[in-house]
Write a protein that binds this ligand. Structure first.
Ligand SMILES: [Zn+2]
Length: 769
């Protein structure tokens, strides 16, 4: 379900000169020899050979054939073709020679029974709420099997009320409305897509007293303002609608009725009325064709300039005189999920698992989302099957997972992680995810302990359209993209000189979330994008006809994705030591610590300045006296916070990361023979604790499902990541006692991590022959 709305790698630079902590500069760590990280010199040579064989085998033709088959009919959760696809994937895994099975869960998945949106005043208009078939696109007309346009997990409701336009519907938009003297209490709001994950819009609307919510796709964001619309071009046509979940996933994803445990047949379930992640008000998504008459009927203040979209109307805010009737009613049945799991047993360390996943369910036909990623996963599995017949045997166990139910709420992955929590805590080395894939640049995000590793992999993959390595192309793209950064010179210097491209931190939006943020498993999310944009996300037009005309038409970035992740999985599975690297992690956490300090400083400066301007009369003097614009309210200036526990824990982490790196460099300099000794198993066991150590048992305040102290989706951004989330969100929400408490929680996690790394460094030193 991932939808990218921002530039690629290495763009979030800006604080690199601020330094991490008070530690004095230690002696430089000797550079590792050019062999593969975590391998002995000897096994590295064998690994290079197998990886080369692997990368020669993925075929655009078979990738195209998988996509054609899996996207041939609508395949949402509970549909006949969803089950048929699961069985087809199972048969494929088995035909590749892999041991595979289907694991099933029963989850709450509402589907629509009644949907009404109509303008009742000042004139009547009934919204169409349907996407018409397109000539030349054979699957767009499969009406009988398509899910209607709706937002899953909207509560049932039947409301009639004045309409208010709220822009993206994020908290800052409501502050603006307040200053304009507009209340949404008792109103139905209409918000546009983008600017936040969609589930945030009804959540914030309900918090402000709205009784209903419409979400529409404005042509400025992914329609004709961007380019030609489908079928002439790839962008969203007039009647195109973005389906999607509005469940409160920042609270917890997965089945709403079984938080924290697998939704097995006999699991204890909450009553539906007590499920906290279902919306508080009814919600429906609409096209810009349906939205235009509603927006055109609004009066009241003209919308501020940044709020105006691409329709040929003057955007007003309301409330009214437009009055809207909204009715939503769903079938709230439990439905079966079919996760397909394949296994390649490890020879030396079968109890260490490398896990690779991509979802197979879609909102409709879903050629791009998710089959472009699922096809790559299948092709990787096919190639592994071939290498197994040639004698390759992974050291660790590899699990391949085709998840069901990602679109509604990461259902298949979350329930599986919850059902296998104890085993995963003991066995999981890493989780590698993909979802939608396109043409362009390699996008790398995930745990910073894997930053060095994935940079090394990217240097070994060839970009199919330029012949550069995908790493080089991503680096050059990051240099070009730096033009738009405020500190572009510093960003470009960082991209050119650092060695590794910085990977983004993960929020939510795909199946890595339960692995990383609930189970504490080092994770990566990978894909190509940037040259094949469009506006068919979660519509009937995301299908084979669209993808093969406007997506990766030659299926060569499909091949590149299979080569990238196939290489990464193989390398993680074969290395004597998991190729984690922790000085980059310490550096990233240091940058996040600087960011939260600056956030507090900016909040203090901003409150002082705003109060001063209120006293000076700036707001009343500069607002048009004939229009109603209120000054913002006075703010209490945030107090100073004590970050010393964070700084000292960070210094401890930095020191431990450097000790580990030095020990590894010494082992590698000696040909890595130490890594071949049998005691390396104990060291592996220690390293497996490293991502787990960054979690806290109690989780985040008010959302204990999220346990990672460094990464979480934002409570008010949805997909967007909040790093050091406990501290950052407490500052954003002005909760100072909680901010102080959360500084302690993060410091404790960093100290636990430092202890793991110190232990690992000592074990590594003892291995030296
Ligand atoms: Zn997806």
């Amino acid at each position: 379900m991932r939808l990218i709305t921002r530039p690629l790698t290495a763009c979030a630079v800006g604080l690199l000169l601020l330094g991490g902590g008070p530690a004095p500069a230690p002696a430089p760590i000797p550079a590792l020899p050019p062999e593969l990280r975590g391998f002995t010199a000897r096994s590295a040579a064998a690994e290079r050979e197998w990886e080369g064989k692997f990368r020669a085998l993925p075929s655009p033709d078979s990738l195209r054939a998988y996509m054609r088959h899996l996207s041939a009919r609508p395949h949402h959760v509970g549909s006949p073709y969803d089950r048929a696809n699961a069985e087809w994937i199972l048969a494929k895994f088995r035909s590749f020679g892999l041991d595979a099975h289907i694991e099933s869960f029963d989850v709450l998945f509402p589907t629509p029974l009644e949907r009404v949106v109509e303008l009742v005043e000042p004139r009547r208009f009934e919204a169409r709420l349907a996407e018409p078939p397109v000539a030349g696109d054979p699957t767009s007309g499969q009406r009988a099997e398509q899910l209607p346009t709706y937002n899953a997990y909207s509560i049932d409701g039947d409301v009639t009320a004045p309409l208010v336009y709220v822009n993206y519907g994020v908290p800052a938009d409501y502050e603006r409305l307040e200053r304009l003297g507009v209340s949404v209490k008792g109103a139905i709001v209409i918000a546009r897509y983008f600017g936040s994950w969609r589930g945030i819009k009804p959540k914030v609307a309900a918090e402000h007293g709205a009784i209903g919510c419409l979400i529409y796709s404005d042509p400025k964001d992914d329609g004709y303002t961007q380019g030609d619309v489908y079928p002439r071009g790839p962008w969203r046509p007039r009647e195109g609608v973005q389906r999607g979940s509005v469940m409160d996933m920042p609270l917890y994803p997965g089945d709403p009725l079984t938080p924290g445990v697998g939704a097995t047949k006999d699991a204890k379930r909450l009553p539906i009325k007590d499920a906290p992640t279902i919306t508080k008000i009814p919600v429906l998504p609409i096209s810009y064709g349906d939205a235009e008459p509603l927006l055109a009927a609004l009066a009241g203040p003209v919308a501020p300039a940044p709020w105006r979209g691409g329709l040929a109307i003057t955007y007003h805010i309301g409330p009214g005189p437009a009055k809207v009737h909204l009715r939503v009613k769903s079938d709230w049945s439990l439905r079966p999920l079919y996760d397909v799991i394949a296994r390649i047993p490890g020879t030396v360390a079968p109890d260490e698992w490398v896990i690779r996943g991509n979802h197979h369910d879609a909102w409709v036909n879903g050629a791009w989302d998710p089959i472009s990623g699922q096809a790559a996963l299948l092709e990787e599995a096919r190639v592994y099957g071939q290498l197994l017949t040639q004698g390759w045997r992974p050291r660790r166990t590899i699990l391949y997972a085709a998840w069901d139910g990602e679109e509604p709420a990461l259902l298949g992955s979350t329930e599986w992680v919850e059902a296998h929590a104890d085993e995963l805590a003991r066995h999981a080395v890493a989780y590698l995810n993909s979802d939608s894939n396109g043409r362009g640049y390699l996008f790398m995000a995930g745990s910073h302990s894997l930053e060095r590793f994935i940079n090394e992999v990217a240097r070994d993959i060839e970009d199919p359209e330029t012949g550069l390595t995908v790493w080089k192309r991503a680096q050059l793209h990051a240099i070009a993209a730096a033009d738009s950064a405020a500190d572009s010179t510093a960003v470009r210097r960082d991209v050119r000189e650092r060695g590794d491209l910085r990977i983004d931190a993960l929020g939510s939006g795909s199946d890595y979330s339960p692995f990383l943020q609930h189970a504490g498993i080092a994770s990566l999310n990978l894909g190509y994008e940037g040259e094949s944009g469009g506006g068919i996300y979660h519509s009937v037009y995301d299908d084979f006809a669209w993808f093969s005309t406007f997506g990766d038409t030659a299926f060569v970035y499909e091949r590149a994705l299979a080569q990238t992740i196939g290489t990464a999985v193989m390398r993680l599975a074969d290395a004597e030591l998991p190729p984690y690297e922790f000085t980059g992690l310490a550096e990233a956490v240091g940058r996040y610590a600087q960011e939260v300090k600056k956030l507090l400083q900016d909040a203090q400066d901003g409150a002082r300045e705003r109060n001063r301007e209120i006293d000076e009369g700036v707001f009343s003097a500069t607002a048009d006296p004939r229009r109603r614009v209120l000054p913002p309210p006075r703010q209490a200036v945030p107090p100073a916070l004590d970050f010393a526990p964070l700084d000292s824990a960070l210094a401890a982490l930095t020191g431990a990361a450097e000790r580990y790196e030095r020990a590894l460099a010494q082992a590698a300099a000696a040909g890595g023979a130490a890594l071949a000794r049998p005691q390396v198993g104990a060291l592996n066991a220690t390293l497996l604790e490293s991502e787990r150590a960054l979690t806290s048992a109690g989780g985040l305040p008010r959302r204990p499902w999220y346990r990672h102290a460094i990464y979480a989706p934002g409570f008010y951004t949805g997909y967007g990541v909040k790093t050091l989330p406990g501290v950052r969100e407490a500052i954003e929400q002005g909760n100072w006692p909680e901010a102080t408490e959360q500084v302690g929680v993060v410091a404790q996690a960093l100290r636990a991590e430092a202890a793991v790394l110190t232990r690992a460094a000592a074990q590594l030193a003892q291995l030296a022959p």
